[in-house]
Write a protein that binds this ligand. Structure first.
Ligand code: CP
Length: 316
């Protein structure tokens, strides 16, 4: 096992070093081996308590974090906006402080407000893990994306990754840009100019507005859905036009000499950002990304919550 992270929180990939990313990925691969054992459970977090605070909908992130915590033998509780005293006017901060008073080791937070996990982390001694904050970051999604690329292609350095779709409103795009660039990958962005603003070049990504140029010689195509819940205004005329000019189609991929991995963080709006028939592409690894999400979240919980900071083995 790699030496642990010396961090209380995981709020984003922007501040992580390449060494820390390597540690998290290496441990995720070890956790994946645990998940392939007949008994997929280790006692690493026995006696620890993880609180999930999801104030936005989630299928993959929430269930894989919960499964990861259970695989590590932690106790878990859930606080949501629809079934908590938030409905009676309690603030998110008061909610955190009250639950924290019960003895929590880590909060996993998803919220529509960018920066909320950072704010909460200043008010608790527990670890805070960002499970997606507004348009800011979704660090564990980018980690599982990087794990999947490394697993499939054997490396991240030098890999050409095209992220296609609504980049402007995407926390997944931002975390992937930070993480992939640190690991030596090339990151290309493609979509309508309204959804791929030039500022993204300042982060080190290359912007393309021509789909054929964007796809030339890529190793990975990562689709992103239009983040309708964050759209304020009109960014393209109609879905039909969006689909015509910006969707990734089997025809686009058939024209390429080298067949790229096809990825998507989900949920996929099939027939909008990706043609329905992409689901049948032999390089579609979307569900393998989901599988790796459990291992990545086990790695993050292990490093932040176990309190074990030195070299050690994962034992059962
Ligand atoms: N990729 C992702 O964050 O999916 P969920 O919204 O289902 O968690």
């Amino acid at each position: 096992m790699q030496k642990g992270l010396k961090r209380k929180d995981l709020l984003g990939l922007k501040d992580l070093t390449r060494e820390e990313l390597n540690i998290l990925l290496e441990t995720a691969f070890s956790m994946k081996e645990v998940l392939q054992r007949p008994i997929k459970k280790i006692p690493t977090l026995r006696g620890k308590t993880i609180c999930f605070m999801f104030f936005e909908p989630s299928t993959r992130t929430r269930s894989s974090f919960e499964l990861a915590a259970k695989r590590l033998s932690a106790d878990t509780i859930n606080v949501s906006s629809s079934q908590s005293a938030l409905l009676k006017g309690e603030t998110v901060l008061d909610t955190l402080k009250n639950v924290d008073a019960m003895g929590i080791d880590a909060f996993v937070v998803r919220h529509a407000s960018s920066g909320l996990p950072h704010f909460l982390s200043r008010h608790t001694g527990a670890s805070v893990i960002n499970a997606g904050d507004g348009m800011h970051e979704h660090p564990t999604q980018a980690l599982l994306d990087m794990m999947t690329i490394k697993e499939k292609l054997g490396k991240l350095s030098g890999v050409k990754v095209l992220i296609a779709g609504d980049i402007r409103h995407s926390r997944v795009a931002r975390s992937n840009i930070y993480g992939l660039l640190k690991m030596g990958a090339e990151v290309r962005l493609f979509g309508p100019p309204t959804l791929v603003p030039p500022e993204f070049e300042k982060l080190g990504a290359r912007i393309y507005y021509d789909k054929n140029e964007a796809l030339r010689d890529v190793d990975v195509v990562m689709g992103l859905r239009i983040q309708n819940e964050r759209l304020k205004g009109s960014f393209f005329p109609t879905i039909r036009e969006y689909r015509k000019f910006f969707a990734i189609t089997p025809h686009d991929l058939d024209n390429l000499d080298k067949k790229p991995l096809v990825m998507h963080p989900g949920p996929v709006n099939w027939g909008v950002e990706m043609d329905f028939d992409i689901i049948k592409d032999k390089n579609n690894v979307i569900l393998e990304q989901v599988t790796n999400g459990v291992a990545v979240r086990m790695s993050v919980l292990y490093h932040l919550v176990s309190g074990e900071k030195e070299d050690e083995e994962i034992t059962d």
